[in-house]
Write a protein that binds this ligand. Structure first.
Ligand code: 4AD
Ligand code: MG
Length: 487
């Protein structure tokens, strides 16, 4: 008979009924008559302790027990029983009746045999690091956040739209693009072909495509943002959101930037900047509340080992209104603070027009306001062409906002979009972009144009913030950054 399989996260009651657990061994400790095998199946932090009493199992299991090492894959069968715990809380363990090693794991070669590893080292074994507590907890929180993001927008009636990853447009106009090209274009000989073993004479059809021009007929790139495509759908369907990969060839070795990251980009028609800010606040609060409700164990782990203030900070985030400050005011606060001791700052020169650095953003969110903080009405000169001019503010600013959070800095960037055809055409010209390239984007302003607004939330920055980890490279399974595309 096949026993019911139990995930260790669900092993909560001493049912005394035999079940099967499948997972990887974290530790094994042998005594005279007992062995304690800690098995983790990834469903929670602790896994389960399986106690093998030598008197209660047959020779087969005893022989299997000899093969158990840290990292091996096992099936363990037995009833769930309560175990005495020092803290007095009820602990569940398995009284193993049978143990089978499914895949062994040579301890002398296993990179995770030792208990403690630096995060830097773990990045070099990204294929194995989900077996560690930190990376497994990040993966669970990340999955919960992604689910909650979809839930928030779906409940609010937003349509989920997938925008293309390959595009001819540079949404942010920052020139941080990865060019998409065929391998053949650069080096025809380097491309391995299935037909390489064929007779040379039968092989002369391999150049069917004319690689002398771009595959797509014009230069194309990996997208830096799904926004422009998102706008087309918002201006037809109302409220929409995208949630997918975006790419930036920023050559910055920071703890906040990835070359490949995921962005959540809602776009709302008949909406202004205030609507976008309210939506961003509602969404971030909703998803953080979701992990507070569903990932307690993992959040306690992060609070204990990474950021002692984490749990309190998350509670405050969901319970208090986000701070709101104009860029002009923020600059004023920063100047005042920096004047006290300029030597404490890496970038002490701050004036209207300065693109805030992470240290500025973090000071605002951590020290000045001590919670999530919207900065709005940024100078035109440091923001993208599509943002709506803010005439009420002397013409120097645009209706843009960033949401800054403690520990991370910028989490969200958004704006009201310029919906006036003539103004937008002028703005394109001013930044040196070709109107012809944006003909379809301009069409949205020709045919039934409507005030609309949206924002982009960097998903890995959200994961970094919620977990309180130091480096965004640990918030994604396989980080892409300058010098690394392994795995
Ligand atoms: O502020 P950004 O550049 O805004 C946009 O791309 C807009 N088109 C979004 C929109 O309005 N629909 O990027 C949005 C967010 C940032 O606030 C940040 O959280 C994240 O994306 N982000 C990055 N995350 C990781 N690595 C990078 N290199 C990032 N660049 C931006
Ligand atoms: Mg930004």
């Amino acid at each position: 008979t096949v026993l019911p399989r139990v995930k260790t996260i669900d092993a909560k009651d001493p049912t005394e009924v035999p079940v099967i657990v499948k997972g990887w061994v974290r530790t094994i400790r042998k005594q005279k008559t007992l062995a304690f095998v800690q098995v983790n199946d990834g469903s929670n932090l602790k896994g389960i302790q399986c106690v093998v009493a030598f008197d209660d199992v047959d020779e087969t299991t005893m022989a299997q027990l000899d093969k158990v090492t840290t990292g091996c894959a096992v099936y363990v069968e037995g009833p769930l029983v309560s175990s005495p715990s020092k803290s007095g809380e009820q602990n569940i363990e398995m009284a193993a009746t049978k143990l089978t090693v499914v895949g062994d794991c040579p301890p002398d070669q296993y990179p995770l045999a030792k208990k403690r590893h630096t995060m830097e080292y773990l990045r070099t074994i990204a294929h194995l690091r989900p077996r560690t507590n930190t990376i497994a907890a990040v993966a669970r929180v990340r999955s919960a956040l992604a689910g909650a993001i979809h839930e928030y927008f779906q409940k609010a009636g937003f349509l989920y739209v997938q925008t293309p990853l390959i595009t001819a447009s540079d949404c942010e106009g920052a020139g941080e693009l990865f060019r998409v090209t065929t391998l053949d274009l650069d080096n025809v000989d380097a491309l391995p072909r299935a037909s390489d073993n064929d007779d040379e004479e039968n092989n002369n059809n391999s150049q069917a495509v004319d690689y002398s021009q771009d595959f797509f007929g014009k230069p194309s790139f990996l997208t830096v943002s799904g926004q422009l495509g998102g706008e087309t759908h918002a201006c037809a369907l109302g409220d929409i959101y995208t949630f997918g990969p975006t790419f930036r060839a920023e050559n910055s070795q920071t703890t906040r930037h990835l070359a490949e990251f995921n962005m959540v980009e809602p776009e709302m028609a008949f909406a202004d900047l205030q609507v976008a800010m309210a939506n961003a606040e509602g969404m971030v609060k909703y998803v953080v509340q979701h992990v507070l409700d569903n990932c307690q164990e993992d959040l306690q782990f992060f609070t204990k080992f990474y950021d002692k203030q984490k749990m309190a900070s998350l509670e405050r985030l969901v319970n208090e209104p986000f701070a709101r400050v104009s860029y002009r005011e923020a600059i004023g606060y920063l100047q005042e603070e920096i004047a006290k001791d300029p030597s404490k700052w890496q970038f002490p020169d701050v004036e209207f027009g300065t693109d805030l650095a992470t240290e500025h953003e973090r000071w605002l969110a951590e020290t000045k306001f001590n919670t999530a903080t919207f900065v709005y009405n940024y100078p035109k000169s440091i923001k993208a062409f599509y943002m709506r001019d803010n005439e009420e503010d002397g013409g120097e600013t645009v209706n843009a906002m960033d949401l800054l959070v403690p520990g991370v800095g910028e989490l969200v960037g958004g704006s009201q979009r310029e919906e006036r055809l003539d103004v937008l055409e002028k703005k394109l010209e001013e930044v040196g972009l070709d109107k012809e390239d944006y003909w379809w984007y301009l069409d949205l302003r020709r045919f039934g144009s409507v005030p609309h607004a949206g924002y982009g939330l960097g998903f890995e920055r959200l994961v970094t913030y919620v977990c309180g980890i130091e480096n965004i490279r640990d918030a994604i399974a396989f980080p892409r950054y300058p010098g690394n595309a392994e795995f």
